[in-house]
Structures are given as structure tokens and as C-alpha cells.
Design a protein around this ligand. Sequence first.
Ligand code: BGC
Ligand code: BGC
Length: 959
Amino acid sequence: MTQSIQAILFDLDGVITDTAEFHYQAWQTLADAEGLPFDRIANEKLRGVSRRESLGLILGGRTVPEPQIQEWLDRKNRHYQELLQTLSPADLLPGVAALLQEIREAGLGLAIVSASHNTPFVLARLGIAELFDAVIAGPEADAPAGKRRPKPAPDLFLLAAERLGCPPANCLVVEDAESGLIGARTAGMVTVGLGPEERVGIADLVLPNLHGVRLDELLYAGTWSVAEGQFAPARLHQWESALTIGGGASGTRGSFEERYPGDQPATLIHGLWDDVPVVYTELANAFDWTALDIWIDGQPFRMDRGRVTDYSRRLDLRTGELRRHLYWTPDSGATVELSFARIASLTDPHAFAQSVSVTPLVRPVDVRIRARIDGFAENESYLHWRELQPGRLGDVAYLTGLTRKTGKRLVEALQLVDSAPEPAGLAPVASSPLRYTDAPYNPGFEVEARLELNQTWALAKLVSIFTSRESEDPIAAALTHAAGLGREPYAALLAANKAAWAEFWATGDVVIEGDNLAQIATRHGLFQLRIAAPAHDERVSIAARSLSGFGYRGHAFWDTETFILPFFTYTQPNLARNLLMYRYHTLAGARRKAAGNHLEGAQYAWESAETGDEVTPRWVPGPQGEELVRIWCGDIELHITADVVYAIWQYWQITGDDEFMAGPGAQIVFETARYWESRVEPNRPKPGQYSISDVIGPDEYHDHVDNNAFTNGMVRWHLRMAIGLLSWLREQAAARAEELVGSLDLTPARLDHWDQIAANLVFNRDPQTGLIEQFDGFFARKEVDWPAYAVRTKSLQALLGIEGANEHQVLKQPDVLLLQVLFPDEYPLEELRVNWDYYAPRTDHTYGSSLGPAIHAWAACRLGDPAEAYTHFMRAALADIDDVRGNARDGIHAASSGGLWQALAFGFGGLRVTGDTYSVHPQLPKHWRRLAFRFTLRGQPHVVDLHQPTAQLEAANAT
Ligand code: BGC
Ligand code: BGC
């Protein structure tokens, strides 16, 4: 499993045993004898620092002849070794023995990584030497290059990983010194810091010490990031999607700075629409702000040439930073260490930053770095840019251009600045002055330096992005902004991001204990949702594949309202409101769609973009690839119009935002109700009945069906809700009620008609059993020979053909079941069970729609079967980080991520809100120890904290 920790690396001093105390005493004895100023406070700085450097710190700049130094070092070591003689197993720090035992029993690799040459001796005295698979005792003179430098270099950790045969990304390091934590983090490892926050705060997990600490607790440190353990060209596209970063206004795929054949770099910006054949409009791929080239002794750095070792990439979900670290050996043999990092600001939608550092590991090298904005940004071979114009103003280089058809301006401006390596203090690099370069449509800066052995050169590239949507003069805005960014170090942006992300996680996080993979996947999913959610823009929505890929062209579907919005509504209501306002601002498009169909009111587009007009392609390549098939969704997949209203109603219920409901909310509810009124077919099939025929329900394997249960069920609810809403408005906001009654002609007769429709709309429910027929005649369709398709790697639609699937009782995703979980009060549990028993076995769970599994997880929980729910849940959870459906390359499965939250809160947590109170009915999978999350109900924050095995609720108002 790519995300699992396979080895644990321990520092020695202060972690396993307190030889730190012996070191202190040895230094103190020496200092007292020689009259050097020293005390416990001064000693704090020596943690994890080599003997020679420690003495340097004690001397504080005083120059002392080398022979004297040597004598002092030897003497200190003698004092120390005398003290070590007294060590025994009793000197293991509390908790260590049990923890090491537990790690051994779990079969994980175990190593010691210490700066101290006395390590083997100490381990022997402590009686634990045989527990370790590898012991790194200080820099080894004969270790390979890049495995020899003391901490804070990552070398010793990487040497341990190499000896253990474990990729760095799968290692976890326990350290008590900041320098060690820096090294381990640079190596791409998960970190646990022991000690005070001020010293070890950069660690993924901070603990006071190991007393009482269990392995589980350590491993949980790895649940705040997603890692790629090796560079695998075959999985390039999946990781580009899964490692997308962003800040709510744009998303940047995790493609590499140096580019590879067939890669798909993309920065997709909310609202940057351009026209395009077939799919009408799509988000134009913005210029690639991450482009950066490195030459080592004239050879271009590429991971598919030369040799790559010690590779790792990690997306830090607590800071939004994506880091990469590796050693690269060009044909010349001059190995270099390379580190890359990038962030998109969560607080400033225009700010982006990248950092890069190079260190020669075997001999001095000449390094050239070129940072640029790449204007050759295409959407799968389609170029959206015209009038590209590079330029430079002082230290800022920029590129601007217009989208081909819509004429929207994009500007990206960059600055390249020196940045102090971590930690600061190494000899400054004498680099050449910056040279502006203007390769076609690729403005940027180039700079060179001769680097000495082990000398680190670190640069930061700061980028500002503006479009004409946000500024009248986006060029001036970007130039000023980029210049400002250059004045702040990369670390400042990172720190600001960390603070902003902490705020998000304080309300948005879901804690799962006992299942780290589920925890990682959940956090990754929520991270991806957050970076796609506009904080300051109500004219855009979250697309089916968020801003992370070209799938579905940036169009918004019911995915937003039915799958994604509940997470925001319950935890980030301000973001939810923005997303709902998008539907308000696109009402005009919905009205046009209704009118185009000779109907009244407003009908939402199945696929929606800038204006709300229908943008579903009519033809797309079929499931097999080549031949074009007619897509009917834009014509006849109608339920989205009611789905939007459901989301509005839910938002209102949960937030109590009456102002929104009376204003934009009511406008939408009534206009769309009028659409349904005009759409239903009276006296069909029998007098007095109403039908909605020729539709597609959520299960898109069947088209041109009549009376789809989900659609009709939603419409019935929508009309009744609208009637209730008008009564509420009359009581609460009489003037607004009158205004709407007047403008939308909401006469008593009309409302009566809505009531009639709701009462008589066909709904094929067997009154005896409660079994609901998905649409007229579904039960008469053929049965699939399921055992024959048990093992497959394609959807049943691909295997049976479009017509074949249509003729069979096979579902792409839940339809009746979705309706039942959305309205738990209307459909009692027994009826859910009857329908589950019928439909779940007839659903294409593995390769049907990615929207399905989370809903099945939720439904199975309601039925009291968390084990079954778990299977479905993990299918949803792994859609992106494990690419279980094989299509993560097209972008994040945003609806699946939103579904995860619903499966957790409403399914496993069993959260049910009624008015301003709520209840929980937990159904935790057996191996989950804890499930906890927060939500805000009508302004009141709540915590749900569920524990196994007695699964008792500790709900308390958050403070
Ligand atoms: C699903 C739809 C969904 C769309 C976009 C389709 O495959 O069947 O329900 O809206 O993908 O995610
Ligand atoms: C999806 C539809 C979508 C169409 C065109 C199909 O694969 O199932 O929901 O409208 O693609 O984007």
C-alpha cells in the first residue's frame, strides 16, 4: 500500500535514553574545568548537534587552536564514556521498551539514526542492540555520497532507509531535535517530534515523550499527508490529479517542474471560460506557472535520464505544500540533491510560490536555473490563447494573453529571489545576476552559480496570477502584486498558509482512529474539496473533477449540490452559500433552457458553466473509445433542477439563514417549481395522474425512461416544499411573499395545482412490500448474468454495450436508494432494506459511477451493516489516491469526496438533524476506534465524538 509506514527510525539521545543528560554533564565538567561559560540553558542548543559543532557553540566565536580543540573534544568524550559505563536497561526512557517490542511484533523495520558514534555501545548497554535492523551511528566516512552529512542534512535518515530497503516516503522518524526533524522532513519522511512545541513544532505529530505511547499513535502522524514513494511514469497522470494544490480560486495539477512526455500540467482558474467545439465551453488551461529548468554542468535535469535515488513526493494537507526530494546523478556522475516545493495561498487567491534547492554531493558543479511562465498551455491539444505577450518590468517577468473566443485576459508574473536554505547560515552562494529570458511565450529569469561540495543554493519563485475577471487592469495588478510577493520569503507564505489551513481543519476535519488509510483518504478528499471552493466568488461552482483535471471540462453537475455541498453546509456555511449563489446568478440560463423547451420557469442545465446555459456535449466518444455516441443527459436528465432545490433547503435547515432563503433561495425554489408544473404530463397514464416521461435518472445506463423514481420523488418533494415555503414567507416576510406572488404569479390556484401534482405524480411503489420500481417497466428488463462479470476491469456498460446495458437490470449508480437516504423520514428502514436487497446486487459498484459507492456506504450504515458499508466506503475513498477506477488522471472525483463526508457523518456517524436538534446513531466498522467531526447547526457549533466499542456519544457544544 503506497501510504503505509513500513519502518520506524529512532534518534537515540533524548528519545530512547537520556544520554542527553550525560552529554550535558560531560560538557559541564569540561566547561567548569576550563572556565567556559555553560549551563543547562546553553545546553538546549546542543541537541542533535555533533560534538565539534557543540564545542563551537559553547565557544561562541572564540578562536582556539586546533590541538586545544581536539584535546577538549577528546576529554569531553572521555567524561561522557565514563558516564555511559553506568548505563543499564533501566535507563531506557519510559515507554520505549514496550514500544520497540510492539514495532517488532508488527513486523515493521526498525532503525536507530543518531549523531553519536557511541551508539552501538549505548544500545548494547541498554540491552536492545538486537532489536534494530539498521544502526546509523553518526556520519560514516565511507557511506556513499549524499549519505554522509550530519543532520540537518537528510543523509543519515536516507542511509537508514536504504539499509532497510524501504522507500523514504514509507519511513517514520522519531526525533527530539529540530535539526533531526528538518533532515527527516527533507528526506520525505513522516516525523514525530518529542519535546516542546517551540523546539519540535515542525513535526507531523508532537508528543512530550514516548511514555505510554503505542505504535498506533505514532503511525497516526502519517495521516496528514499523501505521499508518492517513487517516480513511476506509468502513474504520472494519477499523481498529477491527486497532488493538485490550490487555494479556492484555482487548482494546479501535480505535474513536475521539468515536464515529461505526455504529462498534463494544468492550472485551472475559476471563471476562466473559453468557447470550444463539441463541449461548448471549458476552463482554459492557464499558463504553467511551475515551469522551471535546472542544468547541472550543462546537463538538463530530468528524472528519466541519469539516475534517481531517494525519491519522495509528499502533499502536506496541513499547509497545502507539495514537496519533492531526490538525488540525481547525471551521466557525468556529479550527484546533486534536489528539493522542490510549491504552494498556492489559501488566503490570497493571486499568490503562488515555489522553492527549489540544489546541493552538489560529490564535487563542485555549475548550476543553471531558469524559472519561467510557460505559455504553451493546452487543454488536451487545444490551445486557448491568442495575443500572447511576454514582458518584463524590473525584477518581474510576465506573460499575458487573451482567451481565444471569450477574450478574457490572463496575466502571470514572476519574481525569482534567493532564499535562505533551511537552516540559514550556510555560506552564501555567489550567483550570476538574473538574466531575463524570453524564449517564445516563456518569459522568465535565468541565473547561474558555481556550487562547492555540499553547498546549498536555494531559490524562490513567486508568482502572481490575475485575470480580467478580478481587475480592470490585470497586468498592472499582477506586476504590483508579484513585486510585493518578492519581498516576503517563501517561508512567510508557507506560515500564513499553515495558519489558514489550521482554521479550516478546526471545523472541517473528520477524525478516524483505527484506520489510517481511511483517515488519509478522507483528509485528502476534504482538502481537495476545500481548494476548489471559492471563498470570494459567487459566480462559479465546483466542477465534477474540481479544478484538478480536464474531465468534464470544468462543468458543474448535480455533483455539487447532492454530493459536495452537504460537507460545506454543515462545516463551512459561508462557502456553501457562495456555491448556492452560483445557481442564483445562473437563473437566467436556466430560464432560457426552460423557454427553449417551450416550458415555464427555470430548468437547470445538466452541465453548467459561466451562464447557466446547457453545455452538455451532444456527442462524445463511446465507452469503447472511438465511435461517437449521442449523449442525452443535456436533453432529458432533469432531476438536477430539484437537486439544487434540495441543497438550498438543506442549507436553510442547517444554517437557519432565513435571509438567503427569503431572497435568492425562494426565487430559485418557485421558478423551478413552475418549471415542473409545466413539465409534468397530466392524465398520464390514467386520468388524474401525472407522469414525467422520457427522462434519464441518476442511473444513466437507462435513458428515455418514464417516471424515474428518483426524479419523480424529488419533484413531488420540491413542489410540496415550495408550498410550505410560501406559507413561511407569508408569516415571516410578508412583503417578499407578495413580491414573489406577484412576479411569479403564485396564485392559490397554482399552489393547489402543485399540490395535486405532488399527490398524483406516478411513483411505482409496491404498497405491500415497499419495493419501488426504478422506472416504468424496469422489472421487465433482462437480468445480467452477474457471475459471468464478477472479474472485470471495465464498466458493465462498456461490456454490454450502451443498448445492452439499457436492456438489462444493471445500475450505474444508486437511484431509488439515493432517494431513500435523502429522505429518511419518508422511507422507513424496512423499505430501505427491501430496495437495497433488490438494487444493490444489480449495481455496477466497481466501474459504474464514482458517485455511487459513498451512497451505498451511507445506506448500508442505515441498515446496520457497517462491514458492508466499509467495502463501499473504501471504494470511494481510494478513487483518487489509489486510482481504483483507473480514471483519476481526468481529475479528482469531487463528488466521491463529498460523498465520503456524508458516508462518515450521516452513515457511520448516523447524524440526523431535526429542527435545531440532532441525534446520532453510530455504526462504526469494527476496527475503527473513533470517529469524530464537527458541524454547525444554526450558528451553534457541535462536536460528534464516537468511540468503539461502546460507541457512546460525547456530544458537547464546542467552545
Ligand atoms: C455520473 C453522473 C455525474 C457525472 C459527473 C457521470 O458518470 O453518472 O451522475 O453527474 O458523471 O460526475
Ligand atoms: C456522463 C454524463 C455527462 C456526459 C457528457 C457522460 O459520461 O455520464 O453525465 O453529461 O458524459 O459530459
